[in-house]
Write a protein that binds this ligand. Structure first.
Ligand code: KG4
Ligand code: ZN
Length: 336
């Protein structure tokens, strides 16, 4: 059989990324130009700045991806690009670029859902992973518990009612003075803290057991910090971080285990930026072992935004016959 090589582009938030992926699972190159340092100055992603930076970087990033893969555009079978969800001005840069390349090089264009990309990151290093399986997608913008019924076929069991898990990490990090992005900083600081030091709430939604809510937890942390300040009590940031992280992890693990038991899955994957959290990975691994479930997760570099995962997803869309026209548009609230 002929190899299928995809040039993938991702620009939905604050990483300008391009990758070349062979047969959905072999990464020939994976270039990421992160804007994090720039947005850190503002304490979060500034959409206008993100778009401008994508425009500055995207050609360079794509050229580098082709060069490292030792490929010319001629040898590429299709162009894959994230077209939603995300920041509209950021998405538009990648979509316009992908359309221009597809048109000029006469290659098929495949629009990819960003979450489908995160899920597909698991295929890259786990050659044995095939649907059906359950996947917990936890990123800065999304918290979804998904059944991957087949390639490109998803059923959402639960989602967050308010803040995404990563968003909660970022907000709590800001409150304890750690800066943006908070997830990795809380992860690191937590190693010096006691996760049992403070009891923060674990939210459960009675009418929809697979849904999540993290805004109450975030408020509880803020209230704790304010209360301690008013009473003149010492705040141990590492204990706050560890206790918060444990509260998030407990809920994520509990929901995922509930799903694998009810649906009888023997495979669970995690995806998205928060999936690189060390406590979440450890606790999920332990819970999976206990329940005889095989646990899958991408390397940290494939958890946070990248284009290799978009190339993996685009490959299966390519096989399924998905093709987009040059009228492909960015859809900021695209549904899975
Ligand atoms: O998947 P991603 O790069 O972008 C979105 O699609 O949202 O996820 C970024 C999010 C941020 O909220 C960041 O704080 C969080 O992932 N994150 C982490 C860790 N690394 C990144 N959260 C917890 N622990 C980490 N180690
Ligand atoms: Zn993402």
């Amino acid at each position: 059989e002929k190899d299928i090589v995809i040039l993938a582009i991702e620009s939905s938030c604050d990483e300008t990324a391009a990758a070349v992926v062979k047969n959905g699972r072999e990464v020939l190159s994976n270039i990421i130009s992160s804007q994090i340092a720039l947005h850190t100055l503002y304490g979060g992603v500034v959409p206008e700045i993100a778009s401008r930076k994508h425009i500055e970087k995207i050609n360079q990033v794509i050229e580098e991806a082709l060069k490292q893969a030792n490929m010319t555009l001629d040898e590429i079978d299709a162009i894959g690009v994230t077209y939603g969800p995300g920041l509209v001005g950021a998405l538009l840069v990648g979509v316009a670029e992908a359309k221009a390349i597809a048109y000029a090089a006469k290659k098929p264009l495949i629009g990819v859902h960003h979450i489908e990309g995160h899920i597909s990151a698991n295929y890259i290093e786990n050659k044995d992973l095939e649907p059906p399986f359950a996947c917990l997608v936890v990123s800065g913008g999304h918290t979804h518990l998904v059944v991957v019924e087949d390639y490109g076929k998803y059923k959402i069991l639960g989602r967050t009612r308010d803040d995404a898990a990563g968003e909660a990490f970022d907000k709590v990090a800001r409150a304890i003075g750690l800066g943006y992005p908070g997830g990795p900083k809380i992860d690191k600081l937590s190693k010096e803290g006691n996760p049992e030091a403070i009891t923060f709430p674990r939210a459960h939604i009675a009418e929809s057991v697979y849904d999540f809510s993290f805004s109450g937890l975030k408020s509880a942390v803020l209230n704790y910090l304010n209360g301690a300040k008013m009473k003149g009590e010492e705040i141990v940031a590492a204990d706050v971080a560890a206790s918060f992280q444990k509260a998030v992890t407990d809920v994520l693990v509990e929901h995922a285990m509930m799903a694998v038991k009810e649906y009888g899955f023997d495979k669970l994957a995690i995806a998205g930026g928060v999936a690189s959290n060390s406590t979440l990975r450890r606790e999920m691994e332990l819970a999976c072992e206990k329940n005889n479930v095989k646990f899958y997760h991408p390397s940290p570099i494939l958890c946070t935004d990248n284009a290799a995962m978009i190339g993996a997803a685009a490959y299966y869309e390519y096989l399924a016959g998905t093709r987009h026209g040059l009228d492909l548009n960015a859809i900021p609230n695209l549904k899975l």
